[in-house]
Design a protein around this ligand. Structure first.
Ligand code: GMT
Length: 374
């Protein structure tokens, strides 16, 4: 099949999923055309069967705002025609679903459009009255709509009320990238003692991630267990978190690592993953950690309970319940047998329940259904 993929190419879960999906589909022999504002960051080398089409935005001085959405729709139309695409798969409702519909119309084509909802396109933007109707339009005019969790599917019905069937297709990780690696040397380089436990949090440091709860949880844990906290990523909350760490006098115990490429190695040296978000449609970082054998503690929010099985591959806590999160972490960190069992189950969760092979097959089935209809 010739598949056009549109996503946000910069760091972010939806772009990661879209790019990994495109790479794996290409390996299976499909021809993939990324139509994006820049080359997706995970598309870091040349791949056979993958083509990248960049959207050029006119910045004419009359425009108060550059018309990116129009430029994207135009590029989508061009690629549909020139490359004779069979279907389009767009990630994130706004503006991508709407641009895909406009682009298809401009191309005079009737190819199928698959839209995947990722989370904030519904849970955050869906509350904005200037976008809500456009989101509903994008969903209703797509041929197939998927959500990355049952929870997001339900939230979409509750908040947007589209007259459209939405199917859940969970996220996946590339097991060839995320696996348990030898990370002893890196642990030493980071100044962490061999016997010290490591907790990790990876995010874009936005308010919804509640990184302050991660730090407060860790502050309690390190009073009982010798441990370090790795904070990986960057974002708007960063300076507040730095201040919190200072106020708690745990500067020596918290490592701010910024944005990193070697996530697999960092997970491999970690004993527990913390995700204390107030909104999380799926929580791809949980799967990435689990694929490296790291049990997770997460909030009972959004799609997180679809990944974490309490007592099996981690623990769930109520939003903001720092005491429960700290107790759960201390349990895992001080009971070697429990950690070993949870680590094995975590690995199984990532490689069986959410294996790339399984999820890819689900998408391919959707695509085949669309082509049959055409
Ligand atoms: O907020 C983020 O983490 C980024 C955002 C995105 O659009 O890239 O992530 C959303 O999509 C990811 C991939 O499907 C999900 O794993 C995240 O849970 C989801 N984020 C939220 O719902 C807050």
């Amino acid at each position: 099949m010739k598949i056009g993929i549109t996503c946000y190419p910069t760091v972010g879960g939806s772009g990661v999923v879209a790019t990994e999906l495109g790479k794996m589909l290409a390996e299976k022999g499909h021809e993939i055309h990324f139509i994006t504002s820049s080359t997706p960051f995970r598309l870091n080398r040349l791949y056979a069967n993958i083509f990248s089409h960049q959207v050029d935005v006119n910045s004419y001085s009359v425009f108060q705002y550059a018309p990116y959405d129009i430029a994207l729709a135009t590029k989508i139309a061009e690629v549909i025609k020139n490359e004779e695409l069979d279907l389009l798969h767009v990630h994130y409702a706004i503006p991508h679903a709407v641009c895909a519909i406009l682009g298809r119309d401009m191309a005079g084509s009737d190819i199928g459009i698959v839209t995947t909802l990722h989370g904030t396109d519904i849970t955050v933007l869906g509350t904005d009255s200037s976008l809500k109707d456009a989101i509903r339009y994008g969903i209703e005019k797509s041929d197939v709509v998927t959500a990355v969790s049952d929870s997001l599917k339900q939230q979409t019905y509750d908040m947007i009320a589209p007259e459209k069937q939405i199917e859940t297709v969970h996220n996946f990780v590339d097991e060839r990238e995320y696996y348990l690696r030898d990370s002893l040397k890196l642990k030493e380089e980071l100044g962490i003692e061999v016997h010290e436990k490591v907790l990790i949090h990876v995010s874009n440091f936005r308010k919804v991630k509640r990184v302050e709860d991660v730090v407060s949880t860790f502050a309690k844990v390190q009073k009982k267990v010798g441990a370090k906290l790795l904070l990986v990523g960057d974002g708007p909350e960063m300076s507040r978190i730095h201040q919190q760490v200072k106020d708690l006098h745990i500067e020596q115990e918290v490592l701010f690592l910024g944005k990193r490429d070697n996530l697999s190695e960092l997970y491999s040296m970690s004993d527990v993953k913390l995700l204390m978000s107030e909104k999380e449609a799926f929580g791809l970082v949980l799967l990435e950690a689990m694929a490296c054998g790291v049990p997770a503690i997460g909030t009972q929010v959004g799609g997180i309970p679809e990944i974490i099985e309490p007592g099996e591959n981690g623990f769930l806590v109520e939003l903001g319940d720092i005491d429960a999160a700290a107790d759960a972490a201390i349990r895992i960190l001080t009971d070697g047998k429990l950690h070993e069992k949870m680590s094995a189950t975590a690995l199984e969760t990532a490689t069986r329940r959410f294996s790339s092979e399984k999820i890819l097959a689900e998408y391919e089935t959707l695509y085949a259904r669309l082509l049959e209809k055409a």
